[in-house]
Design a protein around this ligand. Structure first.
Ligand code: MG
Ligand code: MG
Length: 315
């Protein structure tokens, strides 16, 4: 269990622009959370479509319009965002990343009949209900992207702490539904990338120190060989598409448009890319039309939770 100590209701950190134009850590944290939700809402319209089908229907898909196979309202988000919010609430309520509390929070989330739920998440939350045991056994069937898509609250809650705390907390939250070495590698890399961006590291540094290092350790994740179209829910496919999009574009909007137009698991690639690009570029880079289109309640929850989690990390 990873405790922050006593939490206070409101973070001591305030939303405050520094004299320089560089975004502060808290601004980057909020942009990461809003980016996650925006990428989810944008990508969900084209989830499971091929790039050709997207071209035929949208030309280039670049507006938050809802629809898709889930028949969403414009601005509505899916499990990627709502599981993240459930995880963040559990972390704040427990004062740390506690597997039992996380499993109970996910179980409550599932009972609330979310608009979407991954097969691995459902299977393993049902196993938790039967056994009461919050950590699954290692499984080759758990290499989906369902733990990686919701890792942001852990990155924020552990910001500024030793790297090993982030790694252990990533595993504690992930193993509730996904216990797999590839999923772990993805979760940890994403969380550490977010923290690096929050600390003000450049895209080139983060690419070298995290993404290239991941591919060197786990060659399956090599991401610069060819474009990854139709990325599946396999966490390696997801990360390849996200990393290619992040490092081959120069801005928040271009990154998200690139990744969701690859089709496949587009709400999840959109969510993860939005999280990284938000942390990297900060709130000023997020198009106002996308922020306006996002469900207002979700927008408020993401901004407030980002601030609270970062405040908890400072305690
Ligand atoms: Mg989803
Ligand atoms: Mg998805």
């Amino acid at each position: 269990m990873f405790w922050f100590g006593e939490l206070i209701a409101r973070s001591p950190l305030r939303h405050r622009r520094l004299p320089s134009s560089r975004p502060s850590s808290i601004e980057r944290a909020q942009a990461a959370y809003l980016g996650l939700a925006i990428g989810d809402a944008l990508g969900a319209s084209v989830e499971f479509m091929t790039p050709n089908e997207i071209r035929h229907q949208f030309g280039v898909h670049r507006e938050i319009v809802g629809g898709g196979w889930l028949r969403l309202r414009p601005g509505q988000v899916t499990d990627d965002t709502t599981m993240s919010l459930a995880l963040g609430e559990a972390i704040l309520a427990a004062g740390g990343v506690d597997a039992q509390r996380v499993a109970e929070a996910f179980d409550r989330w599932m009972r609330g009949k979310p608009v979407d739920i991954g097969n691995t998440v459902r299977r393993n939350l049902l196993a938790f209900r039967r056994s009461g045991e919050p950590a699954r056994q290692p499984s080759a069937h758990d290499a989906g992207n369902g733990a990686a898509m919701r890792v942001l609250p852990v990155a924020l809650a552990c910001f500024g702490r030793p790297e090993r705390h982030t790694v252990a907390a990533c595993r504690a939250q992930a193993h509730v539904t996904h216990h797999n070495a590839l999923s772990d590698a993805a979760c940890e890399t994403l969380a550490l990338m977010v923290q690096d961006f929050l600390a003000g590291k450049s895209r080139a540094e983060v690419r070298r120190q995290r993404a290239v290092a991941l591919a060197a350790r786990e060659p399956a994740f090599a991401f610069d060989r060819r474009p990854r179209d139709n990325p599946s829910g396999f966490v390696v496919d997801t990360l390849q598409a996200v990393l290619q999009a992040l490092f081959s574009t120069d801005g928040f909007e271009d990154c998200l448009v690139d990744v969701v137009n690859r089709g496949g698991d587009a709400d999840t690639t959109g969510a993860i890319a939005g999280m990284l690009a938000g942390a990297c570029y900060g709130p000023a880079a997020i198009p106002a039309r996308w922020l306006r289109a996002l469900d207002p309640a979700v927008r408020a929850q993401c901004a407030a939770q980002a601030e609270a989690l970062l405040g908890a990390s400072a305690l």
